[in-house]
Design a protein around this ligand. Structure first.
Ligand SMILES: [Zn+2]
Length: 451
């Protein structure tokens, strides 16, 4: 208790009172604090301000600087104390201007592209002025990584899972009764899931963020496309205004969300050449509006179906570890799930607003069990329907080939599809089975040659 009344604290209180007194006298607001969030492609500087403010920013070269002018505020924080590591900022200077205003100058290592906007209060912070320093050498839209051959029978590429830890930086997400922040536990879970996936042959995991910074929702789907994701998994923790609700949930995109997204993609013609619709790589760049719309709808529908498919497996596994909030995969119009051609799910690992689940979610042992369940579900799904050209598809074929044996023709089968699945040819199957043409009937049994 006595430590509360040291000289340092007394000084802080006196300063705080002065700030209040001065602001009241001049009707000015105060910069109460500041934070810096370095990310790989930009650095976010945030000023806590008592209310919305008028401001302007401009960049200067040689040496590189960014000037931030804020109208009618007083500085009530020590900007020289900010941790600058990982950011392009070398030094922060500030001085009053025109008696009422404040000028903040960031001395920079290199030229950046500035952007600024204000944020309304959220659970953790009040009014904020945000200044982003965007690295110029980083393009806003990353180009696609080396494209992967989709249907090469001999290829054995990894299945790529992009894991998205929700929120980050200025956005804490939900906050538990003990102050646990969603952004922290989901990042920790995302990293656990990443290492589980990377330790399994045939899989490769990528994170959308690996630190405490914010990525806007669209950029998260852009990253999934850049990495050629086979699956996108966004990790969150739920919250409710009462402490009772609990349990994990899995979401896929809703049809309503899909419909509005289709319209958005079609409206932006530059998207079209970028979009690969489903298996087989259909580019929409050269299609008319109606055909492009139909192809996009098909791709969207296929992606949602796949999302629900993988979501079912994940939910089943989660059910072995925790209570489920709902018995089935739910659907909603979450922005991060809107990739038209990448199956995407959102996992709510539990309710951070429920005291017992908050305790669980904080524990690394529990985070690990949740991550294992999520990966268990993902792995079961991909083992049942491995994407063409992957190691899993190759292994499955090998197992079937080694077994050789018989196959009973199912509804919808064609001989060429059966041949492809078993890494053989239609001619080989015809010869092996003494068939005179490639027509097969449902229920007919054919011999698959061992390779
Ligand atoms: Zn969330």
């Amino acid at each position: 208790m006595k430590s509360y009344f040291t000289k340092g604290w007394l000084r802080v209180w006196v300063l705080a009172w002065l700030v209040v007194a001065v602001s009241a006298g001049h009707a000015a607001t105060t910069v109460e604090g500041a934070r810096i969030w370095p990310a790989p492609d930009h650095t976010r500087v945030v000023f806590d301000i008592g209310a919305g403010v008028e401001h302007s920013i401009f960049a200067l070269e040689k040496p590189a600087r960014l000037v931030i002018d804020i109208k009618n505020v007083k500085l009530g924080a020590d900007l020289s104390r900010l941790e600058l590591g990982g950011s392009p900022i070398k030094r922060i200077r500030s001085a009053p201007r025109n008696g009422r205003d404040l000028r903040v100058v960031l001395d920079l290592d290199n030229a950046i592209k500035p952007r600024s906007f204000q944020l309304e209060p959220n659970q953790q912070y009040g009014h904020r002025l945000v200044v982003d320093l965007i690295q110029e050498n980083q393009k806003a839209l990353p180009t696609k990584d080396e494209p992967v051959l989709q249907d090469n029978a001999g290829s054995r590429r990894d299945i790529i899972v992009v894991i998205d830890a929700g929120h980050g930086g200025e956005d804490p997400g939900a906050i538990g009764p003990q102050g646990t922040r969603e952004k922290d536990i989901v990042l920790s879970m995302a990293k656990t899931l990443e290492s589980l996936i990377n330790s399994q042959p045939g899989y490769k995991a990528k994170l959308t963020r690996n630190g405490d910074y914010y990525i806007d929702l669209r950029s998260r789907t852009v990253l999934a496309r850049k990495y050629n994701a086979d699956l996108f998994v966004s990790v969150h923790a739920d919250a409710f205004r009462t402490p009772q609700p609990r349990g994990a949930s899995v979401f896929a995109l809703s049809q309503r969300g899909a419909t509005s997204e289709t319209a958005r993609w079609l409206a932006r013609s530059e998207n079209r050449s970028d979009l690969i619709g489903g298996v087989g790589g259909v580019s929409l760049g050269d299609k008319n509006d109606v055909l492009a719309g139909v192809l996009l709808d098909l791709s969207m529908t296929a992606s949602i179906n796949a999302s629900i498919g993988v979501g079912d497996y994940v939910l089943k596994q989660l059910g072995g570890v925790t209570k489920l909030h709902k018995p089935g995969v739910e659907q909603a119009a979450f922005a991060v799930l809107k990739s038209p051609d990448i199956p995407s799910i959102l996992v709510e690992a539990g309710f951070i607003s429920n005291p017992r689940e908050e305790r669980n979610l904080k524990s690394s042992a529990y985070q690990r069990r949740i991550s294992q369940a999520v990966f268990g579900g993902i792995d079961s799904y991909f083992n049942s329907t491995p994407p063409p050209g992957t190691l899993l598809a190759y292994n499955k074929r090998q197992a079937q080939n080694l077994a050789g044996g018989q196959y009973r023709i199912q509804r919808g089968d064609t001989l060429s599809a059966v041949a492809r699945r078993n890494q053989t040819t239609v001619n080989e199957l015809m010869r092996h089975n003494g068939l005179s043409n490639d027509r097969v009937l449902v229920g007919q049994t054919i011999e698959i040659p061992a390779s």
